[in-house]
Ligand binder design. Sequence first.
Ligand SMILES: [Zn+2]
Length: 486
Amino acid sequence: MTRPYELVIGIETHVELATRSKMFCACDAKWFGASPNSLVCPVCLGLPGALPVPNRHAIELAITAGLVLNCEVPEHTKFDRKNYMYPDLPKGYQISQYDLPFTVKGWIDIPAGDTTKRIRIHRAHLEEDTANTKHGEGYALIDFNRSGVPLLEIVSEPDMGSVDEAVAYATTLRETIIGARVSEMRLEEGGGRFDVNVSIRFDEGGQTHWPPQSEIKNLNSYQAIRDALPYEAERMWRDWQDGGEIRTRVSKITVGWSPERKQTFLQRSKEDVQDYRYFPEPDLVRFEISRETVDRLRAGIPELPAQRRARFVSAYGLSDYDARILVSDRGLADFFEEAVKAAGGEAKSVANWVTGEVLRYLKDDGGSIAKAKLRPQHVGSLVRLVKDGALSATAAKEVFVEVWSSGADPATVVRTKGLAQVSDRSAIAAAVDAVLAENPKAVADYKAGNVRALGALVGLVMKQMDGKANPAVINKVLAERISSRS
Ligand SMILES: [Zn+2]
């Protein structure tokens, strides 16, 4: 679709770090699903006199995140107070970072068609999450379990120019962060949230125009980005066309997204940048990040998705497409590698199973591969049975269904269900002879050059043998018998 304007997109990503405890106290950081206000103490409730103690692991994860995003790690850093009044922030300020964040000036490469595009990272700073507010009719409920959970805010430069690029950035960033074990980034549990800044730019009357920027807050799925971005851009464009009020009065607005109504809604319009009166947090010292620490953290970074993808292509001969699907989920990629071992190589066949049947069943069951009854050894065994001619590809799918639901050994299922493939030449030859005798027309058609007639004959032989014959042997015998008849 061609639009009358260009899109200019930047994304701020909030990532809950994978620590056991909160940012400045010892409370459990795994707030999702916990009973309301059960994970609190004077520090994360913001009670007077409580003092923050920084979480070393959170700081190390923040630096690790910076390293995998190709950022610089400055030697000096500090926390600052960001002052604002909000019910979910009882202290009246959030401990965040202002001018000296933990990491700055990085980049990631995102897939863009057949090539990649480099998106610059402006900075990534560490802060504490706020409490959770639920609004009802005339009242609000606050749950402080999330208050004080370590949050990394990763700010991109406005380098994305399309919805696809925005989604590719969010996806690549998330996979990289998960791959580096910095965060699980479970979007459906609030473990990762995207604020998307969108501007539209166009030429009109010999001038370039930039209508007020819009920030779409708290998108928590790729689909939400895919839906909200074009909606908001179109709204901004129509608003400009209609000479909307916003056009002259403000520089930026903040909107929310309703996935049910598939619409954005205005949250606030600001005339000036909000003044948070940042100042250095007096209850915390400044941090000197030694180069030894940075080197140690760098050495501990596991294989990242981009590297793993490249290895899957070079070592297993997979397509980039298949490699991308497998690596998008660490558990799935691990499963694949174990299954390849169990299959004695045969990576391509294993990849077909995993990206095909396994993913389809996972999706239907809504579970994760770790919880499935199907184990990598099962897939390895299925692949070997098919390769050895003991099981047809069709029967293998039937065996798979049984293994998926019961976790039984594939060889046992083949035996108990009588699904073993017949590769016995004399049995197949008898069936071939019978079919050829009954179908002289198909034989004549094939000889006259109709290649599809052969397929029909193969199908008839297969039917005669209850679908259990080895198609390779059928093909071979058919070809021999037909040529010997001429
Ligand atoms: Zn606490």
